[in-house]
Design a protein around this ligand. Structure first.
Ligand code: KIV
Ligand code: ZN
Length: 506
């Protein structure tokens, strides 16, 4: 039996980044793209270049630096969108133009107010233009799972005639279920005369929690490309998560007989943590494959059986997804070598200058904490590696608080190389710090921000644990998330607020 590859298109940087509050800077996007390349993703959907200059920049930066994965950009079926993808992805070794157009009755009637024939004409024109610019074009009939099958067949046939090489079947609103998408893909294979000239892809959303199941069902029906995201992040309830789809194909070889993906699964865990760290989206502990509890066994019966034979309660080997117990306990006496080895195991590679900075901070943290865990290290690397690129940075905070006084904070920041300071009272010490920062924002920068949410967690165990603060703020219409960590929770809170503000400013 010959092996067949299931192509993985990762859309963490496009659909994933569309999740409210998940916005990344272009540099962070590049960092994720390098990690996706290491993971062995076939296609990286890097963004939607026409949507903003920042998105264009992100796609362009990724196209200029990624060598092994195809770099893809999204476009509506409009000339300016398609040309923007063409320009943004031009430096890439391999590029792909992904065009989309809604085809369901509800979208045609309310979104476009256009008839099917008009949509067909637009799709044909856009496919022709994109195929003239690139020899790799993918077409998505948006809301395909709620589209009349006969119209879907016609539009697919039309774009393939224009040279489209992949037709994606998006379950845009997460409406379908496994048997239904299986029939839909089978219907396409049986009713589109030129379907042998194209690959069928699938792009499932998780509104009913069925995204991975639907993607796998589409694969069983004949789809050979799956769109997914790391940790399943994406619009609303998110997209099919890469780790679930890939590990299902790998683990259930009996069902996915001759199929494989090119994913280096040992890099799954560190990729998950990188995306979580940069987007500020916490991975739920019970999340399949990458959750903190995914390989933990609490019940005595399970523990006993596992010791006798691991596979009694473990269907995957944690090592296969890069979850391994560290034998090295890091602390203030640990040297550079031990630190570098642990960082390497976590998938973090730093240049000489950043290594020096991280090592210095690691030693400082060692003075405050007895044991330094993996999550401490990831938080520390994240704090340090982003510092230099910030337009606003914390210099110092001084807070006076107590049970019978009104908390007062004085915050000093560096903005565009100038130091600015403000003082404020507040309902609590965090509120006082935030109000002081707000004063600086109003007076010096001329912007107002609104705090939407605030969350404080301990990164690891123990009373010396670092606090990790995540905030979501809004300025004008933009909402962004930020995070900060420190053994001092007021410092962590102020860092998180400034981290989010920095995203607004950039
Ligand atoms: O969900 C969707 O339909 C999309 C398309 C742009 C592929 O994201
Ligand atoms: Zn989508």
């Amino acid at each position: 039996m010959s092996l067949e590859k299931v192509i993985i298109l990762d859309t963490t940087l496009r659909d994933g980044e569309q999740a409210p509050g998940a916005s990344l800077t272009s540099e962070q996007k590049l960092e994720v793209a390098y990690q996706l390349e290491k993971l062995g993703v076939d296609i990286i959907e890097a963004g939607f270049p026409i949507s903003s200059p920042d998105d264009f920049k992100g796609v362009n930066l990724i196209a200029a630096n990624i060598k092994n994965s195809v770099v893809c950009g999204l476009a509506r079926c409009l000339k300016e969108d398609i040309e923007a993808v063409y320009k943004a992805t031009k430096p890439a070794k391999h590029s792909l133009i992904h065009i989309f157009l809604a085809t369901s009755k509800i979208h045609l009637k309310y979104k476009f107010k256009k008839a099917e024939e008009e949509i067909l004409r637009l799709a044909k024109k856009a496919a022709r233009l994109a195929c003239n610019l690139s020899d790799d074009v993918e077409f998505s009939p948006e809301d395909a799972t709620r589209t009349e099958p006969d119209f879907l067949y016609r539009i697919i046939e039309t774009v393939i005639k224009e040279g489209v090489k992949t037709v994606n079947i998006p379950d845009t609103v997460g409406y379908t279920y496994p048997q239904e998408i299986f029939s839909l893909i089978s219907g396409i294979l049986n009713n589109v005369p030129n379907i042998n000239k194209a690959i069928i892809a699938t792009h499932c959303h998780d509104d009913l929690g069925l995204a991975a199941a639907n993607s796998l069902s589409a694969v069983l029906a004949g789809a050979r490309q799956v769109h997914c995201t790391i940790n399943g992040i994406g619009e609303r309830a998110g997209n099919a998560s890469l780790e679930e789809v890939v590990m299902a194909i790998k683990t259930r070889k009996d069902a996915f007989k001759n199929l494989y993906t090119g994913i280096n699964t040992k890099n799954i865990f560190c990729t998950s943590r990188l995306v979580s760290t940069l987007t500020g989206f916490v991975v739920p502990p019970n999340k399949a494959v990458v959750g903190a509890n995914a390989f933990r066994h609490e019940s005595g019966i399970h523990q006993d059986a596992i010791l006798k034979k691991r596979t009694t309660y473990e269907i995957m080997n944690p090592k296969d997804v890069g979850v391994g117990k560290s034998l090295l306990v890091l602390g203030k006496h640990s040297g550079r070598h031990a630190l570098l080895k642990r960082l390497k195991d976590l998938g973090v590679v730093l240049d000489e200058q950043k290594t020096r900075m991280v090592f210095k901070k690691f030693k400082e943290l060692g003075d405050k904490k007895k044991e330094i865990f993996d999550d401490d290290l990831i938080a520390l690397v994240e704090e340090e590696t982003r510092k230099k690129k910030r337009s606003i940075e914390l210099v110092s905070i001084k807070v006076t608080t107590g049970t019978d006084i009104i908390p007062e904070a004085s915050v000093k920041v560096k903005y565009k190389n100038e130091q600015c300071e403000a003082k404020s009272n507040g309902d609590g010490p965090v509120d006082a710090c935030y109000k002081a920062v707000d004063k600086i924002m109003n007076k010096v920068i001329g912007k107002r921000v609104k705090l939407l949410s605030y969350k404080l967690d301990a990164i690891t165990k123990g009373k010396d644990a670092q606090g990790l603060v995540r905030v979501e703020i809004k300025s004008a219409k933009k909402s962004v998330s930020g995070k900060g960590s420190s053994t001092d929770i007021l410092e962590a809170s102020t860092r998180a607020y400034l981290d989010a503000i920095d995203k607004i400013l950039s």
